[in-house]
Design a protein around this ligand. Structure first.
Ligand code: AMP
Length: 185
């Protein structure tokens, strides 16, 4: 199974990616997590992306293309994967399509976890991390709306989009995703 999880910051997609990966026996690939590890390790990549990440802006598409191409080339991804946090722009979606095509792979589905905007803001403020100022939270939502939201229509047009009601408890969201994927066989 090769899936993308799509959703706004605070939609719960990271949690659902981990659940799904466990259930399907494939890796959950979180680009945000990979970048945070690079920052913690003080690698060249980490140094390059540190400031951008803490401002709530997106790392450039070329850098992300390298990161994802390398990760999808690792052995564990050959059985399938759940992408969490990539793609985030239409350019990244095109790059991903090219990376997959090079390997003769295609996507099974794009799971979009839909949560109303006021609920997203409520969740974000409730679990505000120490390093997350309100300004950065707003910036991330803004970047999502501007750069990432267009992916919903992009994948809907390709008949890949599975829209899930994310305004429910974590377990109910997980069951809704499971039911939606069962239809795919
Ligand atoms: P996340 O944990 O997915 O919210 O990612 C944390 C931060 O890492 C984001 O706010 C971006 O700065 C950066 N990042 C993660 N994934 C991407 C991506 N696909 N494209 C650009 N920047 C990304």
């Amino acid at each position: 199974m090769r899936l993308i999880l799509l959703g706004a910051p605070g939609s719960g997609k990271g949690t659902q990616a981990v659940f799904l990966a466990e259930r399907l026996g494939v890796p959950a690939i979180s680009t945000g997590e990979m970048l945070r590890q690079a920052v913690d390790a003080g690698s060249t990549l980490g140094e390059r992306v540190k400031a951008i990440m803490s401002s709530g802006e997106l790392v450039d598409d070329e850098t992300m293309a390298e990161v994802v191409r390398e990760r999808l080339g690792q052995a564990d991804a050959s059985a399938g994967f759940i992408l969490d946090g990539y793609p985030r722009t239409l350019g990244q979606a095109d790059t991903l399509a090219a990376i997959l095509a090079d390997r003769g792979w295609s996507l099974n589905a794009v799971v979009f976890i839909a949560v109303p905007e006021d609920e997203l803001i409520r969740r974000a403020l409730a679990r505000q991390r120490a390093d997350d100022q309100e300004e950065v939270i707003r910036q991330r939502q803004q970047v999502y709306r501007h750069s990432t939201q267009p992916l919903i229509d992009h994948y809907r047009t390709q008949a890949l989009l599975l829209e899930i009601d994310g305004y429910q408890g974590i377990d109910d969201v997980a069951s809704s995703i499971e039911s939606a994927l069962e239809v795919l066989g």
